[in-house]
Design a protein around this ligand. Structure first.
Ligand code: ATP
Length: 290
């Protein structure tokens, strides 16, 4: 069982354009990682290196110490689920399962067939005739049933309706309990998927802004609300992510450890301390100029 994925100083350029730089992280088995970042941040570029679809311009991506690129053994440990163009694909789901069984030693056909029923997918229609949401559910089926130690879903929910996405999320949790592995979920649906993540990686403008346990990250974000002058006084020297003003009331979103001393000071002034969601933190940590 794979225990570790390691990125060491990954850099990716497309001609002159530097899409990723200084990317370093370690991912461990048994954890679900949320990979988030704004459009064009570099998420898919990073995941394609991890799935050995391309080679990094420099740096190393390793699974349990083995280089991934052009390494059959390492590559077989990874499933990369992403949007696929099926417009010229005449294969049926059953045919595809035959192939997966042949080429993926860990593929569990019984489980795949169960998923097909849960997702209400037709097994005898060519893939190109499936609706967009059905094609995504099929991709997800392959990803889940492949049971590879590293399973990547890159915005795999596209086109799925809300109940189908819910089934997808539940299956990830069930699978993680049955066959613990490294799941990486790249997504823009932060609020909806947050509960799945053990850790979050934020990619911003080609760099890894942070890798953090979700709970720790959420503890770092808080808001202080009350009369403007008191709020301004109390937040002096703190990392302000955002501020909102309504009449004489100000609300400031802050990032960093809330020390006991500071908490006492805020409470003495009768100001309100509030929670900040991952979605809000993400927006303000990655806004223009940051
Ligand atoms: N083949 C390519 N040739 C040139 N530039 C590319 C190529 N692929 C990606 N890029 C550029 O690299 C940057 C990162 O793209 P990438 O697709 O990795 O971002 P992303 O975070 O997955 O974005 P999104 O959330 O919009 O899917 C973008 O500026 C993109 O234009």
């Amino acid at each position: 069982m794979t225990r570790k994925v390691e990125a060491q100083n990954i850099r990716v350029t497309y001609n002159e354009f530097e899409a990723l730089r200084d990317i370093n992280f370690v991912l461990e088995s048994g954890k679900i990682y949320g990979l988030i970042g704004r459009n064009g941040a570099g998420k898919t570029s990073l995941l394609s290196i991890l799935a050995a679809y391309r080679k990094a311009t420099s740096g190393e991506m390793k699974i349990d110490g083995d280089h991934i690129f052009e390494n059959e053994k390492a590559m077989a440990q990874v499933t990369f689920v992403h949007q696929t163009d099926y417009k010229d694909n005449y294969d049926t789901i059953n045919k595809y399962f035959d192939l997966a069984e042949r080429y993926r030693p860990t593929f569990d056909r019984k489980y795949a067939e169960q998923l097909v029923k849960v997702f209400h997918l037709p097994t005898n229609k060519p893939l190109r005739k499936l609706s967009a949401g059905m094609q995504s559910a099929f991709n997800v089926t392959i990803g889940l049933a492949s049971r590879t130690p590293v399973t990547i879903f890159d915005e795999a929910y596209q086109g799925m309706d809300a109940p189908t996405r819910e089934i997808f999320y539940n299956e990830i949790l069930k699978e993680q309990a049955r066959y613990p592995r490294i799941f990486i979920l790249s997504t823009h649906l932060i609020s909806e998927m947050e509960y799945l993540f053990d850790e979050v990686l934020i990619i911003h403008k080609g760099t890894l802004l942070l890798q953090e346990e979700v709970d720790t990250l959420l503890e770092r974000g808080y808001s202080v609300t009350g009369p403007s002058s008191d709020v301004i006084e109390v937040v002096a020297g703190l990392h302000v992510l955002n501020e909102e003003q309504l009449g004489g009331t100000k609300s400031m979103m802050l990032y960093g450890e809330l020390t006991e001393e500071k908490e006492d000071e805020i409470k003495r002034k009768d100001l309100e301390i509030g929670n900040v969601s991952l979605h809000e933190l993400f927006i303000h940590l990655t806004k223009e100029g940051m």
